[in-house]
Design a protein around this ligand. Structure first.
Ligand SMILES: C[S@@+](CC[C@H](N)C(=O)[O-])C[C@H]1O[C@@H](n2cnc3c(N)ncnc32)[C@H](O)[C@@H]1O
Length: 254
């Protein structure tokens, strides 16, 4: 995947390019990341990219001219048809489905704002989509861009090593992941569930699916409304709730 990021703080991206899954995906050429700094497209000698907003008020805005130029430069280097995505608290909420759909694109340009944001005319004419990582305001689009890149990179074919997999992760099948345990078998007076030590792969898979369904019911019940459970899944969930004396009224109370 050919990724381009527009940011006045390109150095921040070393947090993801030099470590972990993304660092490895870049080394293996599964992902290429090109950084573009709007300051390189500013006309004045101080490389100024911000200015006061018309109408007054606090804060500064990213100016239209350097932003348009840097977007055009990124478009000319990206593969044809690359979307320009502005990270914005006013955008659509980013989630697993969005990450999956972005992971299918060949090329993508992420635009990180700073200050009070970017002159609206740039957004209207040069931005294809706006995406938010949640209902709170950060001081820049760099962290949201990195969040999106990480979530997308995990879903690229060949980006995760053999020992890792995104298939069992939360949200992939519309439900949360099951609990996991590693050595030792006894820790702090608590033991690993017997079934995980049984060597019975079918029983383990069934237990994991039941746990995943059960904790989704307990923690994020609205997710279950969006998927259709098979008869087997419904009976696993019913047994989970029966074992814990839980029913729908417990859900309504919480
Ligand atoms: C201080 S914010 C500007 C907020 C803007 N004045 C507003 O209230 O909508 C500066 C930049 O941070 C980024 N940003 C802040 N919160 C974000 C969020 N929840 N999701 C995505 N990007 C965000 C955007 O790129 C934005 O241009």
């Amino acid at each position: 995947m050919d990724l381009h990021v527009i940011s006045i703080f390109p150095g921040m991206f070393s947090a993801i390019t030099e470590h972990g899954v993304i660092g490895r995906a870049m080394q293996q050429n599964v992902l290429q990341l090109t950084l573009h700094n709007p300051r390189d497209y500013a006309d004045d000698k101080h490389s100024k990219v911000d200015g006061r907003p018309f109408g007054g008020g606090p804060g500064m805005l990213m100016l239209p001219e350097p932003m348009t130029k840097v977007i055009n430069a990124a478009r000319s280097q990206a593969k044809t048809g690359a979307k320009v995505v502005y990270l914005s608290p006013q955008g659509k909420r980013f989630d697993h489905a969005a990450a999956k759909s972005f992971a299918k694109q060949e090329s993508l340009i992420l635009l990180a704002g700073r200050y009070e944001g970017i002159d609206e005319r740039v957004l209207e004419h040069h931005v294809d989509e706006e995406w938010s990582i949640g209902d709170y305001v950060l001081s820049g689009g760099e962290l949201p861009a990195m969040v999106m890149i990480d979530a997308i990179a995990r879903l690229l074919p060949d980006s995760l090593g053999n020992s890792e997999s995104a298939e069992q992760d939360s949200f992939v099948d519309g439900i949360l992941d099951c609990p996991h345990y590693a050595r030792p078998e006894e820790y702090d007076g608590q033991s690993v569930p017997d079934v995980l030590l049984s060597g019975d792969h079918q029983a383990i898979a069934k237990w994991r699916e039941q746990q995943a369904l059960g904790r989704t019911w307990e923690r994020r019940p609205e997710l279950l409304e969006k998927i259709e459970l098979t008869d087997q899944q419904q009976s696993l969930l019913d047994d989970y709730l029966k074992d814990r004396n839980l029913d729908v009224s417990d859900l309504n109370d919480s």
